[in-house]
Design a binder for this molecule. Structure first.
Ligand code: ZN
Length: 434
């Protein structure tokens, strides 16, 4: 059917109805290779018609684009990042059709679609190559009869592939620093007793929001942490922020704007609109989230408290907005804006390995503290939990801390051997059990 439709539209084209609009040039070309597919992207200076088919012996994918010019060179990245592609050839056929041929090492299931211009990208023709044997992207959840299972943290490095995320004044790209920090956090968490973690994205490719949190659900994660770097239109704002999902509007106008710009990542990263999630399903999922939100809030609180010990935080409290990546109905989820990449000092720090290590350590400490405060039942931490601890942050008073943990100032003083009520930022207080 689709082929017939294409033929009809080609006939219309030949009849000259929309002839000039459909001539375009290929201006650039990129390859992104991830665990579930390899994505080829052609940048075009206008919309095109195209036809795609496969050939065997050897396996090839052929893309025919009528009346297209070529201003780009098809250079493949290193073999590891080229996925199944071994070579790209092109030629012009008799009827003025540009033919692009992907020579492949393996058979693939191709899928192609056009994307309209968005956020600095022009028209794009996307060709996704899926392996015939679907890769085990997500390990099948293994049910653990072990009563002392480890808690599982899903670490999501924001953006990737076609979507660079925010770009700093000196060109530092959010997608790169988030992946570096995510890898460091993974290392830190793995070294902690009772905690295991995995990287949702571990390379330079785009994963759509829904797939990110579905990866956490499939692995039965106890927490999903999405790592980002904030951007603002002026260079001044600075500091880390921690967000959770809000179903009823954002906690501030800036939070709403930020969520809108983060949510556009799917369009920039190249998510085909035809694949958009059924809205009704989304609504039903969102309705079942209240218990999850409370746990998200507690985790976010611990994370923010811990981040306060290493530097400035943008806001003193956890913020809320409707981030698409936080919409998991049953996995507590938080989003950390590690710093403002739009601030030149913070941009430099985000790239600095020593600062990345500090950030990762602080985030890991906050996550560990959260699980010791609220251990999921049946986990190693539930059986070996430490007394609750509180990391003193700016503005904290003994009275407020005592209130928060429903204890008294005098028992706080006693449990921590305090002689006065002066507490230094970064001090770790033991919270006596009541
Ligand atoms: Zn981001």
């Amino acid at each position: 059917m689709i082929k017939i439709m294409r033929k009809i539209s080609c006939l219309l084209l030949l009849a000259g109805f929309c002839f000039p609009a459909m001539a375009a040039d290929i201006e650039d070309f990129r390859i992104w290779s991830g665990p579930d597919k390899t994505r080829a992207v052609l940048d075009l200076n206008g919309p095109v018609e195209h036809q795609l088919f496969t050939l065997q012996n050897p396996p090839r994918v052929v893309i025919d684009i009528p009346r297209a010019g070529l201003n780009a060179e098809f250079v493949l990245p290193s073999s590891r990042s080229a996925g199944p592609l071994s070579r790209i050839r092109h030629g012009v056929r008799a009827n003025d059709t540009l033919r692009v041929v992907f020579d492949l090492n393996d058979d693939v299931k191709p899928k192609s679609f056009l994307l309209n211009p968005v956020a600095g990208h022009g028209h794009r023709l996307v060709i996704d190559l899926f392996p015939l044997q679907e890769n085990e992207v997500i390990a099948t959840p293994t049910w653990e009869p072990n009563p002392e299972r480890q808690v599982i943290v899903a670490i999501d490095a924001g953006h990737g592939g076609e979507d660079p995320g925010a770009i700093g004044p000196h060109g530092v790209r959010e997608k790169e620093v988030t992946l570096q920090i995510a890898r460091r956090l993974h290392q830190e968490l793995t070294a902690m007793p009772g905690i295991s973690s995995f990287l949702v994205r571990d390379g330079d490719y785009y994963i759509e929001h829904r797939q990110r949190y579905e990866a956490a659900r499939a692995r039965r994660a106890d927490l999903f942490v999405s790592i980002h770097a904030d951007a603002f239109k002026t260079p001044r704002p600075s500091g880390s922020s921690v967000y959770i999902l809000s179903r009823n509007g954002a906690s501030s106008e800036a939070a709403r704007l930020l969520a809108n710009s983060e949510n556009r990542a799917d369009e920039i990263g190249g998510v085909y609109l035809g694949d958009k999630e059924d809205t009704v399903r989304t609504v039903i999922l969102e309705l079942s989230q209240s218990g999850t939100l409370q746990a998200s809030d507690q985790a976010a609180d611990s994370l923010l408290g811990s981040l306060k010990t290493i530097g400035k935080v943008h806001k003193d409290h956890v913020e809320r907005a409707n981030f698409a990546v936080l919409r998991s109905p049953d996995v507590p989820s938080v989003l950390v804006e590690t710093a403002f990449i739009s601030n030149p000092q913070e941009e430099a720090r985000l790239q600095d390995p020593a600062h990345q290590a500090r950030l990762a350590k602080a985030m890991a400490a906050g996550i560990e503290q959260h699980f010791h405060n609220q251990p999921p039942p049946g986990t190693w931490i539930a059986n070996h939990r430490r007394p609750s601890r509180h990391i003193v942050s700016r503005g904290d008073t003994l009275g407020a801390i005592a209130n928060h943990y429903q204890t008294s100032v005098s028992s706080l003083r006693q449990a921590n051997g305090l002689r006065s009520d002066n507490i230094l930022v970064g001090t770790v207080l033991v919270i006596p059990s009541t």
